[in-house]
Each structure stands twice: as C-alpha cells, then as structure tokens.
Design a protein around this ligand. Structure first.
Ligand code: EPU
Length: 340
C-alpha cells in the first residue's frame, strides 16, 4: 500500500470544500487497514477514516495526520431459512447493500434506499429514514483497534445505537472493516411515514423490497439537490431532542409543529418545519451557501466555497434558531479531524 502526501480531500466529499490530507492511504483489505493504522501509530499521528465523504466537512486547513480512505468492499448474502445474513465490506456503497438485499428479496433496509455513503459510515452514524434505522438490522462489526492494532468484533449489544450515533462514533479508535446485517424474507413493511403513505395513496407499487426501495429513491430525489456544481451532505443538523415541556410550549407558539414524544420524557421536534414555518429560512443564503428550498435541514454549497463559509453559515442558522426557540441545535455533519 502506498501512502501519498498532501492529497486534496474536497473532491472526495459530497460537500466539495476543504483542504488536503498530510498523509493519505487507500485500504482495500483488512491487512491494508492494519498497515495504515500502524503507519499512524508508529509516527504518533492522528488517524481519521474517510468513507464516501457524504457526511463530513473538511476544514480549509486540511488534516495534519493520516487519512485512511476505506475501500474494503464486497457484499455476500448467506441464506439461513427464513432469515439471511448479509456481510458487507466497510467501504462498500450503502446503496449497493440495499440493492443486494432487494435482489434477494430481503426486508429490513428497503426504507434506507438512496442514502449516499459507505457501509461503515452508515453504521457509525446509525442512518435512519422513513421510519427505519440501521440499528434494527445491525448484527455485528469487525473492527481493528487503532491503538493496539488488534482485530476484534463489536456485537449489537455493545454498539450503543441511538439517534444518529453509536459506539463507533463515540470511540473512533475502533476502525470498522466489515459489517454483518440480519435481514428477513418476510416482513410487514413500514409504509407509515407521511411521504411514503402519500406515494402509496398515489398508487406506487410497494409490495417487494425492490419496489419500496425504488419509491423511496424517487421521494429522496425530490428532497435533495442533484445539481452539478453544488455540494451537500444531506441533513446538516439533527432534529433536536428537547424536554417535553419545551416542545409543548413551542407547539403552542407555533401551531402545526411536528413533535414526537419519547419514552425518556423528551420529545423530538422537526427542525425542517421550524426553519420553514417559524423562521421562514427556506432558501436563506449567504454568498455560495444556502438552505435548500425543498428541505431546509439540507445545506447546499456552490462549488468554490470555503469550509469557513459553510461553518459561519451553520453558526448563523444555529443562532437564529436559538434566538427564536431557545433550542441549541446540533450538527449531524461531522467536522473532519475534530474529535468530539
Ligand atoms: N417540513 C417542512 N418544510 C420543508 C420540509 C419539511 O415544514 O420544507 C416538515 C414537514 O412537516 C415534514 C417534517 O418537516 O413532515 C420532516 O421532514 P422530512 O420528512 O423531510 O424529514 P426530516 O425530519 O427533516 C429526517 C432525516 C433525513 C431523512 C428524513 C426522511 C434527520 C436529521 N434527518 O429529516 O435524513 O432522510 O428524515 O426520513 O434526522 C440525513 O440524516 O442526512 C437525512 C437526510
């Protein structure tokens, strides 16, 4: 494996901004992952793993350590009677995994179709959409401990999944090389999410995993920018989870605000709705950066923008939300090279 120096990272991300990696390695096997981790460890350099770059903001000054581009691919499906086990390399495309499941008529991830990113990114982030979440089908992940170089496995019970977070996000020293998913041949598909229910009412075919995946992709195509010359990382912010009393007070002030009470006494509120109806910020722009007209949780960046401009814009949006609602919103997109 060759280690390259000063490799621009912006083209490897969907936002398309930011600087270069001091050292850069592409790992196509678990042995190459181990090699890259050893390179960083021996030189006491910080190591950051990049998947498809669909949820990261690279700082303009770049990354002064080692960036490992995860390229361990391969997807296999094993039949287990009424279930199946799907094993995917950490660098496989998430949507190829959805296609493989569809091809074998397996349920469990069809509602997660069309999400850009890698398999490991999907697990780190515990991707969720249209009522489904990766945590429900995750079985285990093979990982390499970057501090010791040893291989181990993190099972479902230890994976600590919650809304857009996981054990892997909290412990980035463990580098995922492979993920195993448990899927089923028979299931009652979840078609309850508003956008999906609308498609159903309009007669969209939704019986098989492949049909559901196709419908979900069509819904997503309308919600996310597809233009050349523009970058995006999907939802830039998380939907806030706040004390229920605060959510109820906001719903009183802003009738129509979607709130989703949880068992822990808190409630999730729709930030897209607040940005749209409470703050009228749809399409709000500062130079080359704006909130997308179809989905204001999504930040869109024209090519040539800087990471600093994206960062300043996100701060300005957060300040406006805080002033209007008292909510301190959190980012979903990770700033690369910064460990929280
Ligand atoms: N809404 C508006 N105006 C808009 C758009 C939406 O008022 O312009 C309101 C609607 O009431 C709608 C609600 O906001 O019912 C929620 O919108 P949407 O269904 O688009 O979902 P979301 O909560 O904004 C989340 C995920 C998305 C995922 C969608 C679909 C987060 C941070 N985002 O968005 O995930 O695709 O649900 O399930 O949880 C991502 O994480 O990058 C991502 C794109």
């Amino acid at each position: 494996m060759t280690i390259q120096e000063n490799v621009p990272l912006a083209p490897l991300t969907t936002l398309g901004v930011g600087g270069a990696a001091r050292f850069f390695a592409v790992a196509e096997s678990v042995e190459e992952v181990e090699e890259a981790l050893a390179f960083a460890r021996e030189r006491s350099l910080p190591l950051f793993v990049l998947g498809e770059g669909s949820n990261v903001l690279i700082p303009d000054e770049g990354i002064s350590g080692v960036v490992l581009k995860m390229a361990v691919r391969g997807i296999t499906v094993e039949d287990r009677g009424d279930r199946a086990v799907l094993v995917a390399g950490a660098g496989a495309l998430w949507d190829d995994v959805v296609d493989a499941a569809s091809a074998h008529h397996l349920f469990g991830i069809e509602n997660l179709a069309g999400i850009p990113g890698s398999v490991a990114g999907a697990a780190v982030q515990n991707i969720g959409a249209y009522g489904a979440e990766l945590s429900r089908v995750f079985d285990a992940a093979d990982v390499v401990d970057s501090e010791t170089g040893t291989r181990t496995q993190i099972a479902r019970d230890a994976a600590a999944f919650a809304y857009r977070t996981s054990f892997f996000k909290q412990h980035p020293r463990f580098c995922i090389s492979r993920v195993t998913f448990a899927l089923t041949k028979d299931a009652e598909p979840d078609l309850s999410y508003a956008d999906v229910a609308r498609a159903r009412a309009a007669g969209a075919p939704l019986a098989t995993p492949a049909e559901i995946a196709r419908t979900i992709r069509a819904i997503r195509a309308k919600k996310f920018p597809q233009d050349e010359g523009e970058g995006t990382a999907g939802s830039f912010f998380k939907n806030p989870v706040i004390p229920r009393a605060h959510a109820e007070a906001l719903a009183g002030r802003f009738p129509g605000l979607p709130t989703f009470p949880r068992e822990d006494g808190r409630a999730k509120v729709s930030l897209a709705w607040l940005l749209d109806h409470a703050l009228s910020l749809k399409g709000y722009a500062e130079g080359p950066v704006r909130l997308y007209e179809e989905q204001p949780l999504v930040i869109v960046v024209r090519s040539g923008a800087t990471a600093a401009a994206v960062d300043a814009f996100a701060r300005a949006v957060a300040a406006r939300v805080h002033d209007a609602t008292g909510i301190a919103i959190e980012r979903e997109v990770e700033t690369f090279g910064v460990r929280s």
